[in-house]
Design a protein. Sequence first.
Length: 551
Amino acid sequence: MVCLSLFLSAATDFAIGFEGLPDPHQDDFRLIVLGDSFAAPRMNRIPTALMARLPEGRIRAWRVPVTPNAFPFRLVDVGADAFQVNDSSEAGCYLFEADRGGARVGLPLTRPMDLRVANGPADRLIYDWRLEGLEPGRAVLSKFSQGPVSLKVIHRWPTSSFNTVPLTTTEGTWIPGDILPPGSFGELGTCELDQLSVDDRIKLRTAANGAGALQALGAILSSPSDGIYFSALSDESWSYLGYASDEPCDGAGDKKFDRAELAEWISVTTLDPSEPIVFLTMLSTEIVTGQEFDFTLDDLVQQSFSAVSQAGLDVPVSMVFVLPFRHSIGGVLPVDEEPIEFDATWEAMSQLADEREDVGAISLYHLTDGIRFDGGQAGRRWLEDRCLNLHSFGDDTYNLSLPPYLGMLHDAAMIHPRDEVAATFMARLLRFAWRGWSWPGDVDADGQLTTADRDLVLQMDGQTGFSPADLNEDGVVNLADLDEIERRLDCASDPPSPPNPDFNGDGSVNYEDLLILLANWEASDIDEYDLNADGMVDYVDLLILLSDWSI
């Protein structure tokens, strides 16, 4: 049997420092994500997609922001008698109690809602939540349906003499929390249920007559079992420096917080005080050349780890930095200068991971050879040469090198994953890299598909558990995986030439090539113009041509 250290040692160019860190596939810990819009609580973002791709039942708890449409516990409605007084577009240094002088909260809690509840009777709807599935056909949230389940609401106690509105529910048993001093974070209450399945709802209602305020900062859905407790801090346009600055924010858009605020949040959202904590930092790549970025990362680690101690927790703590797929940097940096910033960022991350046993770093940029998946030939060729163009999401399989994707895995701005399919593809590579593996099929992590990968699959025949040779991820290496590696070798041994829509050979794809394609429209016997080799010159070939348009 081949030892996993083979893969760990071979993968040091894109994954460093994971030998002693917890593994989300099998270890129990709290995962605290620190991010910007790259970590938004949606399935078209990598952190949430990563959780969706874990084995069945691995999620034991999930913290969601109290904001509309956050996954997987979605706030679908707020009662008619509750209205928001803070700015719903704020993405940092949130202003609470604007109607009474104001108070600031610095943590990136993903647009919390400062609600006022009009005077009225008991039993009025305030919050209506529904449990959503993450990816069709995957049972990563199955522990919630097996029960019992708790919903804990984390709240900020108002500082301006507001009454905090007491809540209750008919879906389970509501246990109110203690009343805390003004400005404190704490538990508003907990709803205990026998179980909660996908599409089930929990509705919180007013427990008494009257009016007042509600400043919910998050809801935690949990089951009393082992697994991963996923919790994230994220909002638009945050920076590494914002997470590293031990300073309170002092105005709109001032995206930073002090350590005491982070420590208080960690304390009140802790479910098990003996649970190890892993911070996962994933933000958009910044322009870091000319800056002391290595010091910023070190400060970020110190700020996060010290906050855990300040929260009164004596547990193992570690940090994982993730450098994302190549993307547009700020929408302003020239494309040809992007690699400079990605390499500089990775140099600082990998150096810190190499120096500290409690820090790991993953570069999805380097794992994918710095390819820009922008719909061009380079991205399609990279996918096809590794037979990674076929990707399953739910019950469907998508060819990422053909329409509608054509190798375009990002949105129109070339920043975020374009959809859930692209996000789960990226998350799958992150999941492999976390275990020290290369991309699926590259069993020996040498960056290419060869017969050596097939030989390793043969050697691992019968091995159970998690293995890079288990290509279909069914928990055992067997004949099905051998068939799959053979299929991939056939695909990689003679890769097709990329489609070349420059029909007249003038060095650019333009109107002349378009006219040639249209002149051969629906032809079934001219391979030169059948760019996707499906036997017909049609709209698919037109899309390929347009994706490589030169002028």
